[in-house]
Design a protein around this ligand. Structure first.
Ligand SMILES: [Zn+2]
Length: 512
């Protein structure tokens, strides 16, 4: 199973060129069963957010919780066990508090030490983590990992397409791979590329290394879809390059634009055994990406909040789905901003469904009142009361989701021709199922407002049509106008920028 998955996702030619047996032969057993650990920390942190991810905001898997989890079921396919440490995930949000990061890191490193000696480590990451008082948090994580496991251990990391890379990261890793699709529909393939590379290299005693090139382009996540050009075209090149002998993985990352730190940029990372070839590939892809920088565009018509509401109210079709894109929790938004709610109430729009307002006090009040009751509610702006203000409504409680833990509460309320979902914690209402779970049918509404960017594959066919409001928030999509203090000169803030790709080799390739 391991062999089949490896061949499916990476280069057959690379196998033939680098291994002692060809891909057509039976893969030999390990000379000595390798000891491979798994651990990691994943979050996508907007530095423009006022909220903080604290320890209680992380989902932390420890020990066998990792290997028994659905996310890592695929590890059971390998003929060598993965030794679990700690995998922490805070999703998308604001910066991580320093205390939370240091606490999770110390626990992880302690578990790693207890597993020594190790031949390999698989790091399950995202790549856009920002920790208070720190830049390049992933670089810090890998550097600490390397110090524990030593120079001979192989470390392989899986990344989101929206991860940021640095020289420190590359210098401490041996393999890196990132999603190749946005929206991300290749999560399993991506993580398996990272573990396939690791087990393959350990089996054959190979020492891969990374060559990377940064591309100083800051791009809104919603412009980076691989479903339309230039994203579709630029990512389509990857598999061809990946087939070349001596190449294990070719990844091209958009980067995470809402982290204002020096490493925040697009990049190309090539893992393999031929640094000269890897450098050529990195340079070619980086140059193509740079050349296409002005071509990236949103996949749907955009406008201000007021413009998109006016278009939706005048439309003869339904549901007109509008993305309240600046407040999308899937990209780091709070999901508690009220700019859109205020505007749509002012416009007098009726038969509207608004999905995804996070408000614990209001949700608790709905549970306390019960279904059918009409109560005065203050809605929104509980996580960040500075960016927007709460809205006072008289709301009828239409539905309460049955839960045992109040932190998981979800309510449906109705007021002034508007139906709205409330939730105790930040939650994405991107898929049609998220509404159907609450007994709501999106197609029954004239206007559906989602705190999202590009549409989820289940929502896309329902939108008639889709509009994207360039609304304020922690992930404001109006990139040229967001603050930019810590980046190197980067497009689009600097329009006239000279750029020539300069691929950098990992110090580990020099060592090898
Ligand atoms: Zn992403």
């Amino acid at each position: 199973m391991e062999r089949r998955s490896f061949l499916k996702t990476t280069s057959v030619a690379a196998l033939a060129a680098t291994a002692t047996s060809t891909a057509a032969q039976i893969i030999p057993p390990y000379k000595k069963s390798p000891r491979i650990a798994i651990g990691g920390i994943a979050s996508e942190c907007s530095t423009y957010s006022r909220i903080r991810s604290r320890l209680e905001n992380f989902r932390v898997l420890r020990g066998e919780q990792i290997t028994n989890s659905e996310q890592f079921t695929f590890l059971k396919r390998y003929d060598v066990p993965f030794l679990p440490t700690l995998v922490a995930n805070a999703g998308s949000g604001g910066p991580i508090s320093r205390d939370a990061y240091e606490s999770l890191k110390a626990e992880y490193l302690g578990m790693l030490r207890a597993l020594l000696p190790l031949d390999g480590v698989y790091c399950a990451m995202h790549g856009a983590m920002f920790v208070e008082g720190m830049t390049d948090a992933e670089g810090d994580w890998y550097e600490a990992t390397r110090q524990v496991v030593g120079p001979d251990c192989l470390i392989s990391a899986s990344y989101d397409l929206h991860g940021n890379v640095s020289q420190k990261i590359v210098d401490n890793l041996d393999c890196i791979t990132a999603y190749r699709t946005a929206p991300h529909v290749d999560r399993v393939e991506n993580t398996m590329r990272a573990t396939d590379m690791l087990t393959h290299c350990l089996r054959y005693g190979l020492k891969p290394s990374i060559v990377w090139a940064t591309v100083p382009v800051g791009l809104a996540g919603e412009q980076s879809s691989t479903e339309w050009d230039p994203g579709r075209r630029l990512w389509a090149y990857l598999s061809e390059y990946n087939r070349q002998p001596g190449v294990l993985d070719v990844s091209q990352l958009v980067g995470y634009v809402w982290a204002d730190e020096p490493r925040s940029a697009a990049s190309v990372c090539v893992t393999g055994f031929d640094p000269a070839l890897q450098a050529r590939i990195a340079a070619e892809l980086a140059q193509r990406y740079w050349n296409a920088r002005a071509e990236f565009k949103f996949g749907s018509p955009t406008g201000t909040i007021r413009e998109t509401i006016a278009t939706a109210m005048a439309a003869g079709t339904q549901p007109v789905v509008i993305s309240d894109s600046g407040d999308n929790p899937g990209g780091g938004g709070n999901a508690d901003q009220t700019h859109f709610l205020q505007a749509i109430m002012k416009a007098g729009a009726k038969n509207v469904l608004i999905g995804g307002m996070t408000d614990k006090p209001a949700t608790d009040a709905c549970y306390a009142a019960g279904v059918g009751k009409t109560i005065p509610l203050s809605v929104g702006a509980t996580l960040d009361p500075v960016e927007s203000k709460p809205v006072k409504v008289n709301a009828t409680v239409k539905y309460l989701h049955p839960v045992t833990d109040p932190a998981e509460g979800q309510a449906v309320i109705e007021f002034d021709g508007i139906t709205m979902t409330l939730s105790s914690k930040r939650r994405a209402y991107h898929a049609a199922e998220a509404f159907r779970d609450l007994k709501l049918e999106p197609t029954a509404f004239k206007i559906v407002v989602l705190k999202c960017g590009y549409l989820n594959p289940t929502m896309k066919p329902l939108a008639n049509p889709h509009l994207m409001a360039l609304s304020p928030g922690a992930i404001d999509q109006d990139i040229p106008h967001i603050a930019n203090k810590h980046r190197v000169p980067t497009f689009p803030w600097v329009q006239k920028l000279q750029y020539a790709p300069r691929p950098y080799r990992s110090v580990r390739s020099v060592r090898a």
